[in-house]
Design a protein around this ligand. Structure first.
Ligand code: PLP
Length: 427
């Protein structure tokens, strides 16, 4: 019956040497449900409910869909999971079980963790601004060969710290104009067109494998954004006059949230296939993508407890300094259901609530609204879904609220995203 672990904030990357100790059985036969776990453990701390079956199925669907899309235009495709999104070992194991073999890593901690857990994994260092020691260790100690960059200084650093290695894969990250993703990522990284052209020529002269990458922004709801970005990449490649070996369309693939149903995954894959086909690249050019949110959001939920009710405001035991940072200023809403295992649920109808988190900061507020039964009260539990992406990994220890439980469950996701699941999960 669902075995429970305790977890303080940000531990997965800190637990050097112990990451492999977590055992995840993907046979869901003996796994508990969220309601059973609440009844058994009566958690007074937030409880993260990992759905290994959902994660593995989502990964399998995504890898298959991307493989079919790239094969339809005569190219090989690789799905790189963006580890920053959720580095919890149980999550990583489930993705591995679903067929993910490539990882977008962006820090020494992520590199160590993945190499330790999966010695055969292919690691790609996709942070455009890296420390010198980090580059050296990645290449010399951890077998990383692919590095992203967006400036000449970064190229020089990579060449120096790998002692002019002859087996590098160098990927130029392009700047994109501000788009309409929920999380815009256009400002921080990326080479502008003219610089990207120069950089592409320089990396072609320095490495046997070169590529171009971009990121359309996270939770991108418009499939055509990938086609527009691919067209820009095509202009850079044509102007540089070089052949490329890798075209990396980044992450950004969206999931469902209350009131938001994205176009089906197939529409994004079709847009990518059209965009790649239009570039007329050599058949040997592989296509990569770097999904984070799409692979893991539906596979983890969070159970919180109501500590106090004040009208339509609920004081709960997790908040914006914990796993619910996206519910704060970014204003994300999450699917919510009340869990009351020891009393009959009344048919009280739904009411819109906002939440306060446990810290003493008044900014620890989540407007929602979160739709819950009108008679909800202190002591009840709430399950919030779609929290596998950028939730648990953004937790802090602020105000001492750093403890959480982690349990593996067999439930289906609280919300499904069109086209992401090959088969429905055991409930
Ligand atoms: C370089 C890179 N790749 C992939 C991702 C994952 O993006 P998403 O979760 O939107 O798929 C990110 C997220 O910030 C990123 O910075």
């Amino acid at each position: 019956m669902g075995f429970l672990r305790s977890r303080s904030a940000v531990t997965p990357l800190r637990r050097n040497g112990s990451a492999t100790a977590t055992t995840v059985s993907l046979s869901s036969g003996r796994r508990t449900t969220v309601t059973q776990a609440v009844a058994l453990h009566r958690p007074e701390e937030p409880m993260h409910c990992i759905r290994p079956g959902v994660l593995a199925d989502t990964a399998e669907s995504f890898v298959a869909a991307f493989g079919e899309a790239t094969a339809s235009v005569g190219r090989g495709g690789d799905v790189l999971y963006a580890v920053k999104c959720n580095p919890e070992p149980a999550v990583l194991r489930a993705l591995w079980a679903g067929g993910v073999r490539h990882f977008d890593v962006a820090s020494p901690g992520e590199i160590r963790l993945i190499r330790q857990m999966f010695p055969e994994a292919v690691l790609h260092y996709m942070h455009p601004v890296k420390g010198r020691q980090a580059i050296r260790a990645a290449y010399q100690q951890y077998g990383v060969r692919d590095f992203v960059l967006d400036s000449r200084e970064e190229l020089d650093k990579i060449l120096e710290e790998t002692d002019g290695a002859a087996d590098l894969g160098l990927v130029v990250r392009l700047a994109l104009p501000k788009g309409n993703a929920v999380y815009d990522l256009s400002g921080k990284f990326g080479a502008a067109m003219a610089d990207a052209v120069e950089l592409l020529r320089a990396v072609r002269a320095a490495a046997p494998k070169v590529g171009v990458s971009f990121h359309v922004g996270s939770q991108m709801l418009d499939p055509a954004a990938y086609e527009r970005a691919l067209a820009l990449a095509g202009r850079v490649i044509a102007e540089a006059g070089v052949t490329i070996d890798v075209l990396d369309v980044g992450g950004g693939f969206p999931v469902s949230y209350p009131g938001v149903t994205p176009p089906p995954l197939g529409d994004f894959m079709a847009a990518i296939a059209r965009g790649v086909a239009a570039l007329g690249l050599p058949e040997t050019c592989r296509v990569w993508c770097e999904p984070g949110r799409a692979l893991v959001a539906p596979g983890v939920s969070l159970v919180v407890q109501v500590v106090k009710r004040r009208g339509d405001e609920l004081f709960i035991n997790d908040g914006v300094y914990g796993a619910l940072s996206d519910a704060g200023v970014p204003g994300f809403r999450f699917p919510a259901r009340m869990i009351r295992p020891f009393e009959a649920m009344t048919d009280a109808g739904g009411v819109e609530f906002s939440f306060y988190g446990p810290t003493c900061d008044s900014a620890d507020r989540m407007n929602g609204p979160f739709l819950l039964p009108a008679d909800i009260k202190a002591g009840d539990w709430i399950e919030l879904g779609q929290l596998g992406a950028y939730g648990s990994c953004l937790r802090t220890a602020f105000n001492g609220f750093d403890q959480a439980k982690v349990v593996e469950v067999a439930d289906a996701p609280l919300l499904e995203t069109p086209g992401y699941l090959l088969r429905s999960c055991a409930a």
